[in-house]
Design a protein. Structure first.
Length: 573
């Protein structure tokens, strides 16, 4: 997070307030703050962590809290709120670095531009130059901004790509020319980011299947189209490759195009050692080309005398050896999850009420949900005071009277402060059913300090879970430098679970970290960290991350039924 990012956020707010016709004083305050931050010689994130923002002239309580939220979470809920209130054509343009609300409004209203592509076209054909207050340089800046945006989105988050890919698969499946259809490539392996989406179709009428694919409603442009493969760009600018194979080659093709490339290379070596060769058409004997397998994917692995390997493990990280020895882990599944232990409500920075979150969790088939709002030092997003903690307990108890066959737990996401202490005293913490402790600031601290904070939190008998342990935001904020050995060891020894947070831009612990932690005996809580009812579905990304980390069901706290879970939580205390 750079000072200029913070300045840009503040300028955006000023622009949007201006579009809304808010008071000139407020607008000026944001512009002034942006200017000061831009010319600051110190790192604004450090100032925020040390609560020194208000030392800067022109920055008061309200702006300081928005900056703090932005540098800690990477988001500004106020800016998002303002952006959502704008016409859609304007808000899409705001995604471009360097294009603020004022310019976006100008482009939208004067030229009728509502999409990034339209703006790119207008800038290239010099249509922007004629607009009031738009300088020559602006067109160049706009084009550069669009380029940066496209680079930034070079690999897309799984959470963005998967719903789009599922839509395509669902739309192709009923087509008469489509016998089978699945995702392949990194998206089937559930990698945290995806280069392009790969889709595989089995069909005896490949031309019809390709035609169906390239004419789907969500297709914006066709990049390439042949008789058995095609590439398209969706309206969200996601690239999807589709290959069509004959039904008797389905299994071999699915195996081949699922990858990873490194996994396939290892598998090929194993095949060669057995006088076999493997390609996207099948598994064949080298001497007489006789086909050994190919119609079903698992047949390929079985013909090589190994267990069928789940796609999430196919990263050439020991899975082939394990499969050959019959020692693949029995991976946790989404259906093993009995409840969610990390969800926010409108009591802090969530959107929905406690009751709405409970209803949505129950509708997902869960047995329990822990409401875990933020704690008091996160004042900028309404962290709970101890009075509000008590009040919330009353509401949760009342709801539990009404909710049949479902249990609401009172949790908390308690902030781990800079010195490793927690936001509440032990007697307050003792009142929660489950306590998650998270670091939200000072993530850039040196290894010893950040590790000491985490270990101190784990040594507290009331802390059950460490939330999003590394603090990374994919593509935007690096993980903290915590000492993996020390943290996983402390987690195992203190009986503190490590969270696998399912927010698509967090996935934290990440897959490889989770695997290390599991090997050292740690337990996990796989959570959605939902800030709205629909986000409870992010659980699946947490589960896929756990699977990629070789995590088994018996290591997962929230795979336990509620009574066993509560016993386990109490055991630490
Ligand atoms: P991505 O798209 O960058 O997230 O990663 P993938 O794994 O989806 O890679 P992609 O789209 O280039 O190719 C899809 C799959 O096709 C890949 O996972 C394995 C297979 N594949 C691609 N190129 C090769 C290759 O040169 N050798 C082998 N054995 N397999 C390949
Ligand atoms: Ca791919
Ligand atoms: Ca591809
Ligand atoms: Zn958090």
């Amino acid at each position: 997070m750079k000072n200029e990012d913070v300045a840009e956020m503040l300028t955006d707010i000023a622009d949007m307030l201006e579009i809304k016709g808010e008071s000139p004083f407020r607008i000026r305050a944001y512009r002034e703050a942006a200017r000061r931050i831009e010319s600051l010689h110190e790192d604004v994130a450090t100032l925020a962590a040390e609560a020194r923002l208000k030392d800067i002239r022109g920055i008061g309580e309200s702006i300081a809290s928005k900056i703090t939220e932005f540098v800690t979470t990477g988001r500004s809920s106020y800016r998002d709120e303002l952006a959502q209130a704008l016409p859609k054509g304007i808000s899409e343009l705001l995604a471009i670095p360097g294009v603020g609300a004022r310019k976006a409004q100008l482009f939208h209203e004067q030229l009728g531009i509502s999409t990034i592509d339209e703006l790119e076209e207008a800038a290239k054909t010099h249509k922007l130059k004629g607009l009031p207050k738009i300088k020559e340089k602006t067109e160049q800046n706009v084009l550069e901004g669009i380029m940066r945006l496209k680079q930034r989105t070079g690999r897309m988050l799984l959470g963005l790509a998967l719903p789009a890919a599922e839509e395509v698969v669902d739309q192709l499946r009923p087509h008469p020319a489509v016998e089978r259809v699945e995702m392949g490539g990194s998206i089937r392996r559930m990698k945290e980011t995806i280069g392009d989406i790969d889709i595989l179709v089995a069909s005896s009428k490949p031309k019809d299947a390709i035609e169906a694919f390239t004419t789907l409603p969500n297709v914006k442009s066709v990049l390439a189209k042949g008789t058995t493969k095609a590439s398209v760009l969706t309206r969200q600018d996601l690239q999807i490759d589709c290959r069509v194979v004959s039904p008797d080659q389905w299994g071999a093709a699915l195996q081949y195009f699922t990858g990873s490339k490194e996994h396939n290379i290892q598998l090929r070596t194993i095949a060669e050692g057995r006088g076999l060769k493997i390609n996207e058409y099948g598994l064949f004997r080298t001497d007489n080309n006789e086909k050994v397998a190919g119609r079903e994917e698992c047949e390929i692995y079985e013909a090589l005398e190994m267990k069928c390997i789940p796609p999430e493990l196919r990263e050439a990280a020991g899975e082939i050896e394990a499969a050959a020895k019959g020692q693949l882990p029995s991976l946790v599944e989404l259906s093993d999850i009995r409840g969610d232990l990390h969800a926010h409500t409108n009591w802090s920075d969530g959107i929905n009420t406690i009751e709405e979150m409970a209803g949505a969790a129950k509708a997902l088939g869960y047995e329990y949900l822990a409401i875990s709002d933020h704690s008091v030092s996160m004042g900028f997003i309404h962290g709970l005071t101890t009075d509000r903690v008590r009040e919330q307990r009353g509401i949760i108890d009342d709801l539990n009277e009404k909710l049949d066959g479902f249990r609401l737990l009172q949790g908390i996401e308690v902030n781990i402060r800079g010195d490793g202490s927690l936001d509440y005293s032990d007697d307050v913490l003792a009142q929660f059913d489950v306590v998650t402790a998270s670091i939200h600031s000072g993530l850039g601290q040196p290894r010893e300090r950040i590790t000491a904070r985490m270990v101190a939190a784990m040594e507290n008998p009331h802390v059950n879970i460490i939330g999003h342990p590394s603090g990374r935001i994919i593509g935007r904020r690096d993980p903290s430098a915590f000492d993996e050995n020390a943290v996983y060891k402390a987690a195992a020894e203190t009986g503190t679970a490590l969270e696998i947070d399912g927010q698509p831009d967090r996935l934290d612990l990440k897959d490889s970290n989770a695997r290390q932690a599991a090997e050292r005996g740690a337990f996990f809580a796989i959570n959605s960290d939902a800030h709205a009812t629909a986000q409870l579905e992010y659980m699946r990304y947490g589960v896929s991350t756990a699977r990629r980390g070789w995590v088994e069901k018996d290591r997962v706290l929230n795979a336990l039924p509620v009574d066993k879970l509560l016993d386990r939580l109490k055991a630490k205390r």
